[in-house]
Design a protein around this ligand. Sequence first.
Ligand code: HEC
Length: 108
Amino acid sequence: MKLESWLGATILLLLASPAFAQAELLPGDAREGAKLAREVCSACHRVEPEELGTSSAGAPALQDIADDPAVTETALQVFFRMPHANMPNLILTPAETDDAIAYILGLR
Ligand code: HEC
């Protein structure tokens, strides 16, 4: 096989893979992000897909965050570097931040 056709086939395969399409080229692992969301974020946020609304803790559902077109990967990166409202000790590692972002944006 010629190099060009090999490359073309590889790219087509990647694009056809649902995991690739969902990940939107984000560095994080959405499945790890889902775990983190259920273990940590669910103390205040509704974290499951399709769950909407602000919790009694005053935190918007992760689905609502995902549905906001103004929310981008960059905006979330910046947000997670600042102390979290009501939870200044919520410090995520860079990998956890990437995973959380992959999960949130994967809800789109
Ligand atoms: C102790 C409660 C608490 C926990 C735990 C918590 N959050 Fe929050 N979060 C809030 C509150 C309250 C707000 C709304 C105020 C604000 O924007 O800072 C918020 C806001 C946010 C926002 C910004 C939403 C927006 O549109 O402004 C994001 C993104 C977010 N949280 C993600 C997460 C993730 C991901 C986790 C888990 C790693 C998490 N939060 C854990 C309470 C919490």
